[in-house]
Write a new protein. Structure first.
Length: 428
């Protein structure tokens, strides 16, 4: 497959002809929301085996081979040309498919309200072939050690039909807010803790969960070691059942990082105890803050490079957002940006007839527009280029894979590129 960035005056017909595919294939693969009104800077994933490269000034077979990690002799043979043949600018070379890595992928799914929306369930069903784990969010721990269940619906059946491990996400949330006091009780009152673990085992057996995943956030620094000890106990208990144990971790860059989100999480010890972790490498740009990329590649890399200094990279799932935000400018404290899916962002750019820009330092697309009331907006989101940059980082650092927050937001290019980059591990 290949990523194409729409240029001025390009149409789907011309793009399809250039790559030897069809307009229908392009529209279906990318679920293009604006086929008759392409936006400059919009990305398309070209659904072909391998890719094409057009020779640029200064290129040689040798330099192109190095760029794609292919011996120049092999590149010449594949394209039926002599290794001594001068290359003309604009000449099209075929590049064979890249070698795939193994990868594990998790998708959180968060039902809200009293029923599971049909489109949310359908999103889980569509994503399941590309997932190793499916994680309904969340079972909320209660102060007496019991559990408040989320809406489960058909998620166990979807997981089973697609050989996906059902992940039981357990949080220290009260009224949808993380509670350090709830965490203190669960981690220090051993009688309640024993009841808590027993209820987890009973519930996991009821639904068929095979990975128990603790997302305990905003813990007191004083409870850091208590959390470590709890995980040791949980690991022993769940290992008897043949289950995996995983945790969600705040995005730290040092063991001594200050702040209520960070101090309760001990990367080194989690890496020793649990089977894998999800590191929440997103929300630099968030709904209540100023406009900026949600998961800029530089800060993401900083967190992950620290993480692999504390634990094996094979235990790390990079956290990745499936959404962006639309901020009203100028930013004012207390205002909330609107969440948008990548598909909604593209349609928004098309509706307002504005080009999509790309920040190469952050590896993130963005655009600006003015709404009907004359208010300025800035939108940061994800596209094929930004997700490919994250996949490249996973392979560079030899990470376990990626975890998505959250399903239900349309981003078809992500799933296309998973297939192009990875053989998805199925553990069920």
């Amino acid at each position: 497959m290949q990523i194409h960035v729409v240029q001025p005056n390009q149409s789907l017909t011309g793009i399809a002809q250039a790559y030897g595919t069809t307009v229908n294939d392009l529209v279906e693969a990318n679920e293009i929301p604006n086929p008759n009104n392409l936006v400059i800077g919009q990305t398309l994933v070209i659904p072909i085996v391998g890719s094409f490269y057009w020779v640029q000034s200064g290129d040689s077979l040798y330099s192109i081979g190095q760029k794609f990690n292919i011996p120049f002799q092999q590149l010449a043979a594949i394209n039926g040309i002599s290794i001594n043949q001068p290359l003309q600018v604009g000449f099209r070379l075929y590049i064979p498919p890249r070698t795939k890595a193994e990868g594990e992928f998790n998708g959180y799914v968060e039902p809200r309200g009293n029923t599971v929306a049909p489109n949310l369930e359908e999103s889980a069903r569509d994503a399941a072939p590309y997932l190793t784990y499916l994680a309904p969010f969340s079972f909320q721990a209660l102060r007496d050690g019991s559990l408040k269940e989320p809406l489960i619906n058909d998620f166990p059946a979807i997981a089973k039909a697609n050989n996906v491990v059902l992940m039981m996400v357990i949080t220290n949330q009260e009224n949808d807010q993380f509670s350090d006091e709830l965490g203190r009780i669960l981690l220090n009152d051993l009688a309640i803790q024993e009841k808590f673990l027993t209820n987890i085992v009973t519930t996991a057996k009821k639904y068929g969960f095979k990975d128990i995943h603790f997302d305990f956030e905003y813990l007191r620094p004083a409870d850091r070691e208590a959390y470590n000890n709890f995980l040791r106990k949980a690991k022993t208990r769940f290992k008897q059942e043949g289950w995996l144990l995983s945790t969600a971790l705040a995005p730290k860059t040092s063991a001594t990082q200050k702040g209520k989100w960070y101090e309760g999480h001990d990367y080194k010890v989690h890496g020793e105890i649990v089977d894998f972790v999800v590191i929440m490498t997103y929300e630099w740009g968030y709904s209540g803050g100023p406009a900026m990329p949600v998961s800029p590649i530089g800060p993401v890399r900083d967190v992950l490079e620290y993480a692999i200094s504390e634990m094996p990279p094979s235990k790390i799932l990079m956290g990745q957002n499936l959404y962006g935000y639309d901020w009203t400018l100028p930013f004012k404290e207390g205002t909330i940006a609107k969440a948008v899916s990548p598909q909604q962002a593209i349609q928004l750019a098309a509706d307002n007839n504005v080009p999509i820009q790309y920040d190469y330092k952050a590896q993130a697309p963005y655009f600006n527009y003015v709404d009907g009331d004359g208010k300025r907006h800035e939108v940061w989101f994800e596209d094929a280029r930004s997700i490919q940059a994250k996949f490249d980082l996973i392979k560079e650092l030899n990470l376990r894979g990626m975890s998505y927050w959250k399903l239900g937001l349309s981003f078809p290019q992500n799933w296309l590129l998973i297939v192009d980059n990875f053989d998805v591990v199925k553990r069920a």
